[in-house]
Design a protein around this ligand. Structure first.
Ligand code: DC
Length: 226
């Protein structure tokens, strides 16, 4: 694996801005970028495609769907199933509803964690990885670990705006707040690698910040510690 200094982790709940921020930080540093939420989404898609029961969850079915789907990461970090990009299929409401259940399966997490570490090992000169357990489980030795948070109302506002910008159907703010709360509870309440703030992780509340201000803040911290 690449040295600790070369890995930046950015965790946080849905709508905290971590994907946009992580992508921009990676670009500014000339580092690779890894969206691990996209990997869990692809695992959920594989389960849906195979008709695996999600409620109640057929955990063994989700694991064998993942094996059969041949999930891997392209050189640029894009997630593929059977060699084909799935980016345009993993952002819809069906996958979003299914993903927390699939992400709670320990064997699914073990397999994806392994892929994430292998990707980091070949990410030169470094990697910015975003998700829920980057600092706590996958890269606990990374020197630069951040957790982005924001109020639930602001996170819901951002998600609705993002969906509208992509021309998709967006629920109202109240409905989005309920959806985000439900997903937070599942992500933070599960036994395997729950969403939480690791020790020594720098927390940034992004509620009142533009996302480029968050990028600048992270870059300033990295500069200050190097
Ligand atoms: O960041 P996102 O909304 O695309 O993430 C999708 C889901 O994947 C989210 O509900 C939690 C899960 N996830 C996870 O359990 N661990 C990660 N490292 C990243 C995402």
């Amino acid at each position: 694996m690449a040295g600790d200094e070369s890995i930046v982790t950015i965790d946080g709940p849905a709508g905290s801005g971590k994907t946009t921020v992580a992508r921009n930080v990676a670009q500014r540093l000339g580092f690779r970028f890894l969206d691990t939420g996209a990997m869990y989404r692809a695992a959920a898609l594989a389960a849906l495609d195979r008709g695996v029961s999600l409620d109640p969850l057929d955990a063994a079915g989700a694991v064998s769907a993942l094996r059969a789907a041949d999930l891997s990461l392209a050189e640029d970090g894009a997630v593929t199933l059977g060699g084909a990009s799935v980016e345009d299929r993993i952002r819809g409401p069906e996958v979003t509803r299914a993903v927390s259940a699939v992400a709670a399966v320990p064997e699914v997490r073990r397999q994806l964690t392994e892929l994430q570490r292998r990707f980091a090992a070949r990410a030169h000169p470094g990697l910015v990885a975003e998700g829920r357990d980057m600092a706590t489980v996958v890269f606990p030795c990374a020197s630069h670990r951040f957790y982005l948070d924001a109020s639930v109302a602001e996170r819901a506002r951002r998600r609705v705006e993002e969906l509208r910008q992509h021309g998709g159907e967006a629920p109202g703010i109240e409905a989005m707040i309920a959806l985000i709360r439900a997903r937070d509870e599942k992500d933070a309440g599960r036994e395997a690698a729950p969403l939480c703030i690791g020790r020594g992780v720098r927390v940034i509340d992004t509620t009142a910040l533009a996302l480029d201000e968050v990028v600048e803040r992270i870059l300033a911290e990295l500069g200050a510690r190097q």
